[in-house]
Design a protein around this ligand. Structure first.
Ligand SMILES: [Zn+2]
Length: 514
């Protein structure tokens, strides 16, 4: 395939900073065997070569979402949103639950996501029961952080967690029996009653909720298609605790084309790499790979320094870097100490880096911070009230990290943040006055947050020979794409600028063909 008259961007190396966007040269780009084989002006077409005329528009490396939770995203896109912006008050929550209760088949679960206390305070089973009086609909509501599920009484009964209003886990049915150790996340009130609040019990829930694998396949395919239309050519799934089965299922979804993008899957150190046999005709091998070992930290259950250092060593022993979830000061301090004890491996990452004190920026050099700049825009109002005032200046740093020589990349963290990378970029270019306006970056830098290597997010990819042909062709030249990121006009939204998306040379989205 030959893509003609494209402005390949960003340019390589230092040249980039010196060249005005208007002077980015127009080139032809040849693709073969899943890679870019040539890029130069005036290439001659060979026999039977497919040609696309880019008309002077920008051709970028495809966007890689460096931190996302694909199954949860696919499920969320098929779920009821019950958080701000869609739902803001208890009355709105009640009416949304009632309308979905009325429209769903009897007995089907109602899966709700995105909840935050600003809507109707802390939820529990009784609050949910009051919203659907007289209904036996099982309802589960996920908190926006992903750490908590709240069940109504009908849902608890289905799960065998509450037979007659009083908790008696030992007496619950077979599903729960013998697995009491897994139930430490089941919250109880002072009287020992199950409140309906289940903390970090996704794995436990997944084993007990009705399997809907065909639904999930459809939802994953839809999720993949939406992302392709936004120019996304790769994902790094950062879901903690992925088992062999999860990894194999992802590998299969990539191999059969359910997921059209390249996929890097984080998994524990004892999960072995799955050799992917491509079953879809023409789909390239190498689109699936095992990523870093995800380590989740929680302030309430922090491991000892020795324990964490051991986890890092175990990952490094199988030549896998770590990706440590750090959203608080203490988590970051502990992680950096553990990396000191265990040593670092290229590719070690800090996920989120939500709070980074200025004095720690130099220590982060050599690591990659995978940030969510859009959380400031999506959650700014709550940060102002929920975050300790002394942490506010250290919240979601961007500019100071980049200026300090720290490799930074971005991930949507969808469904816990919005999935559109162009919104993430836009958020990176503007911050509210009370939340570190000095941490913004220019639009070109914001775009580059998604242009890093799949396995080394801090290393830029280019539109140049040898690179995989994961590409996004825009409908405009580079300078207009950059302008659209800072434009106030909704009609100029950058996510509307994608003309075509290619993964390994295969066209996975075209604006002009269905
Ligand atoms: Zn995440």
């Amino acid at each position: 395939m030959l893509i003609r008259n494209a402005r390949g961007w960003p340019l390589s190396g230092e040249a980039d900073g010196d060249v005005e966007l208007a002077d980015v040269p127009v080139i032809d780009v040849r693709i073969g065997g899943g890679r870019i084989t040539e890029s130069a002006p005036g290439l001659r077409a060979v026999a039977n070569e497919e040609e696309i005329d880019a008309g002077g528009c920008a051709l970028l490396p495809g966007l890689h979402d460096h931190h996302v939770h694909l199954r949860a995203l696919a499920a969320a896109q098929a779920s009821v949103q019950v958080g701000p912006e869609q739902v803001r008050t208890a009355a709105e929550l009640r009416s949304r639950l009632r309308s979905h209760d009325a429209s769903r088949p009897a007995g089907a679960w109602l899966r709700c996501v995105g909840y935050h206390e600003s809507v109707a305070g802390p939820l529990d089973r009784w609050a949910l029961d009051r919203m659907l009086p007289g209904s036996d609909r099982p309802v589960r509501v996920q908190h926006r952080t992903g750490a908590l599920w709240v069940m109504n009484s009908a849902a608890l009964a289905r799960l065998g967690l509450d037979v007659d209003g009083v908790a008696d886990v030992a007496a619950a049915d077979g599903a729960a029996a013998g697995a009491a150790g897994d139930e430490s996340g089941v919250e109880r009130d002072a009287g020992g009653r199950v409140t309906g609040r289940l903390w970090r019990m996704d794995r436990w829930l997944a084993d007990r909720l009705p399997a809907r694998s065909t639904d999930l396949t459809g939802a994953l395919a839809e999720m993949s298609a939406r992302a392709a239309a936004l120019g996304v050519t790769g994902f790094t799934d950062a879901t903690p605790g992925a088992g062999e089965g999860d990894v194999a299922a992802f590998a299969a979804a990539v191999a059969d084309g359910t997921i059209a993008q390249r996929l890097v899957c984080m998994a524990p150190a004892d999960v072995a790499d799955i050799p992917v046999v491509s079953v879809a005709p023409g789909s390239a091998p190498g689109r699936f790979s095992l990523g870093p070992v995800k380590i989740l930290l929680d302030d309430d259950t922090l491991p000892s320094l020795d324990d964490l250092a051991d986890q890092v060593r175990q990952a490094h022993a199988v030549r896998r870097p770590v990706a440590v979830h750090c959203v608080t000061r203490v988590q970051l301090v502990l992680t950096l100490a553990a990396l000191d004890v265990a040593g670092r491996l290229p590719g070690d990452r800090i996920e989120h880096g939500a709070v980074i004190p200025a004095e720690m920026v130099p220590v982060l050099c050599g690591l990659t911070v995978v940030s969510q700049p859009h959380f400031v825009a999506e959650r700014g109002a709550q940060y102002a009230t929920d975050v300790a005032p002394e942490d506010l200046p250290d919240l979601w740093r961007l500019r100071t990290l980049i200026d300090g020589g720290v490799a930074v990349a971005a991930g949507s963290d969808a469904p816990f943040g919005g999935a559109d990378p162009w919104h993430v970029m836009r958020a990176a270019t503007s911050r509210p006055a009370d939340l570190g306006p000095g941490e913004t970056v220019d639009p070109a830098t914001a775009i580059r947050l998604f242009l890093g290597e799949h396995t080394a997010p801090g290393v830029p990819r280019l539109v140049a020979p040898g690179y995989p042909a994961d590409l996004v062709l825009l409908r405009c030249p580079p300078w207009e794409a950059v302008r659209s990121l800072v434009s106030e006009l909704a009609s100029e939204l950058a996510s509307d600028l994608v003309a075509a998306t290619f993964v390994g040379g295969d066209q996975v989205y075209s604006r002009y063909s269905g």
